[in-house]
Design a protein around this ligand. Structure first.
Ligand code: P6P
Length: 329
C-alpha cells in the first residue's frame, strides 16, 4: 500500500530557523555567530548558482595566475574567493579572513567584529571543468585581540581546538551545507527552487569502522612503510579504494558510509598537501564531532599549534578505528 501523501507534512526546518533555534547553545549569545553562519550560507548560494552554470558561461578554465601555493587558479577559485570574502566583509561579523587564494590575511575593516574566518573558497577546483563535485571549507574562531583594535596573526594562528564553528559546502549531485558549533554535526540540502537549505541530515555520526579508503596511490612509492602496510591490509580485506580528487566529496562520503581519507607526506609535498588552518582543522572538528578521528599520522590535528598561514600537514581523517589502525594503535 503506497504511503498516503500527507500534504500537511512539514517541508522541514530551514538553516536559518535551525541556527536561530540553536543559538542558545552559546552562552551570552547575542546573534553575531548566527548572522555569520547566515552570511556564509548566502555566499554559498551565490557560488552554487555560478558553479551550476559554469559550463554555459566563460567562467571555467584557468585564470592564467597562480595562488600562494603556486597552484594554477581556476576562474571559479577567484570568483568564489571574492563572493565569500565580500559576504564576510559586508556581513560585519568578521574582523579578519584567511583564504587559500590570498597570500596575506585579509583585514575586513570590521575592527569591532568578534570573529575570524579561515576559508578554502573552492577546494578541488581542477574538477570544475570535468563536472566532478567540489567544495568550500570554513573555520570560525573568536578573535584573541581586544575589540576595536586592528587584528593580527595571533587572531589567526589558533589551534583547531579553539574553533567555535566549522563547516563545508559540497557542490555535488545536490548541494549540501554541513556544519558544527561543537554540539553535533547537522547537514542541510539546498532546494534551488526555494533558495533555501533544509535540514536533511540531523545529528550526523560516522561509523567507527568502514571499508572505503581514499588516497592517491600514484604516490605509493613515497609512502612510509607503516602506510604501505596499512594499504596492503585494506587490499587484503578487499576494501574499496575511492578517491575522486576532491577532499570535501571524499570526506563527506566517508563520513556517511565509514572510511578514511589520507594525504600523507610525499616527494612532491614533503609536509603533505592539505592546509592546516582552512582545510584540515575544519574537517577534523566536524569529524570528531561525528565520532571520527583526525591526525597528521602521529598527533591529533586539532592540537597542532599553527606557525604559518598556509602551513601544510599530513592528513589522516575518518572512521576512528581506521585512523587508529593506520597509526598502528
Ligand atoms: P592529488 C584538491 O586540489 C585537493 O586539495 C583535495 O581536494 C584533493 O583530495 C587533493 O588535493 C588531490 O591531490 O595530488 O591527489 O591530485
Amino acid at each position: 500500500m503506497a504511503e498516503r501523501f500527507d500534504y500537511k507534512k512539514s517541508i522541514g526546518v530551514t538553516l536559518d530557523r535551525f541556527i536561530m533555534e540553536n543559538q542558545s547553545d552559546f552562552p551570552f549569545a547575542t546573534g553575531e555567530l548566527s548572522q555569520l553562519l547566515r552570511d556564509i550560507a548566502i555566499a554559498a548560494k551565490i557560488v552554487n548558482k555560478e558553479i551550476n552554470r559554469a559550463g554555459l558561461s566563460d567562467i571555467v578554465g584557468a585564470m592564467g595566475s597562480k595562488n600562494v601555493q603556486g597552484e594554477d587558479q581556476q576562474r571559479l577559485d577567484v570568483i568564489a574567493d571574492f563572493r565569500f570574502t565580500q559576504a564576510l566583509t559586508h556581513g560585519g561579523e568578521v574582523c579578519v579572513v584567511v583564504s587559500e587564494e590570498v597570500d596575506e590575511i585579509i583585514f575586513t575593516g570590521n575592527d569591532d567584529a568578534k570573529y575570524v574566518v579561515a576559508i578554502d573558497p573552492l577546494d578541488g577546483s581542477s574538477n570544475i571543468d570535468v563536472n566532478v563535485a567540489i567544495g568550500t571549507i570554513f573555520s570560525i574562531y573568536r578573535r584573541k585581540s581586544p575589540l576595536g583594535k586592528k587584528p593580527g596573526l595571533d587572531d589567526v594562528l589558533q589551534k583547531g581546538t579553539e574553533q567555535v564553528a566549522a563547516g563545508y559546502v559540497l557542490y555535488g549531485s545536490s548541494t549540501m551545507l554541513v556544519y558544527t558549533t561543537g554540539f553535533g554535526v547537522n547537514g542541510f540540502t539546498y532546494e534551488p527552487s526555494l533558495g533555501e537549505f533544509f535540514l536533511s541530515h540531523p545529528n550526523m555520526k560516522t561509523p567507527e569502522m568502514g571499508r572505503l579508503y581514499s588516497i592517491n596511490e600514484g604516490n605509493y612509492d613515497d609512502f612510509e612503510d607503516s602506510l604501505k602496510a596499512y594499504i596492503q591490509l585494506c587490499r587484503d580485506r578487499r576494501y574499496s579504494g575511492r578517491y575522486i580528487g576532491s577532499l570535501v566529496a571524499d570526506f563527506h562520503r566517508n563520513m556517511l558510509k565509514g572510511g578514511m581519507y589520507v594525504y600523507p607526506a610525499t616527494k612532491g609535498s614533503p609536509k603533505g598537501k592539505l592546509r592546516l588552518i582552512y582545510e584540515c582543522n575544519a574537517l577534523a572538528f566536524i569529524c570528531e564531532q561525528a565520532g571520527g578521528m583526525a591526525t597528521d599520522g602521529k598527533n591529533r590535528i586539532l592540537e597542532i599549534q599553527p606557525t604559518e598561514l598556509h602551513q601544510r600537514v599530513p592528513y589522516y581523517v575518518g572512521s576512528k578505528k581506521m585512523v587508529e589502525e593506520s597509526m598502528g594503535t
